[in-house]
Design a protein around this ligand. Structure first.
Ligand SMILES: [Zn+2]
Length: 132
């Protein structure tokens, strides 16, 4: 008997295309003016740790004009950043933060068209969206 695995190998039950869509949406919602590629990958890692899918997320986002990449710097172009009132929902319960693995009692979820992404703790949701 195994506990379900909320933090472990990370959401691999999603089909790859859906993971890519979710990743692209995450990039479309970043509030940063620019980010290092490493910081972007850090955020994508909340969705997938598969390097091939990570690359596909970046390529797809660039192809759609959501980000521009230059010399290891990523600039989000879409400006469709997350509005906390409408795009982040909170749920009470026992959650494990997808980013840092902490136990949290309030889960923050980003609501995208493709899926919900979370849960995150209150500080990690700000990190992921760029509201540090
Ligand atoms: Zn966290």
């Amino acid at each position: 008997m195994r506990e379900d695995d909320p933090s472990g190998t990370g959401g691999e039950r999603r089909p790859a295309e859906e993971t890519v869509e979710l990743g692209v949406e995450l990039l479309a919602h970043l509030e940063h003016a620019e980010l290092s590629l490493g910081d972007v990958v850090d955020r994508i890692e909340t969705i997938t740790t598969d390097p091939a899918i990570t690359r596909e997320i970046l390529d797809t986002a660039e192809m759609r004009g959501i980000i521009a990449r230059e010399d290891g710097i990523v600039r989000p172009l879409s400006g469709a950043y997350v509005s906390f009132e409408s795009d982040v929902i909170q749920r009470e319960g026992e959650f494990t933060c997808r980013r840092c693995g902490a136990s949290i009692s309030t889960g923050h979820f980003m609501k995208f068209d493709a899926a919900e992404h979370g849960p995150f703790g209150s500080s990690c949701i700000r990190k992921v969206t760029g509201r540090e």
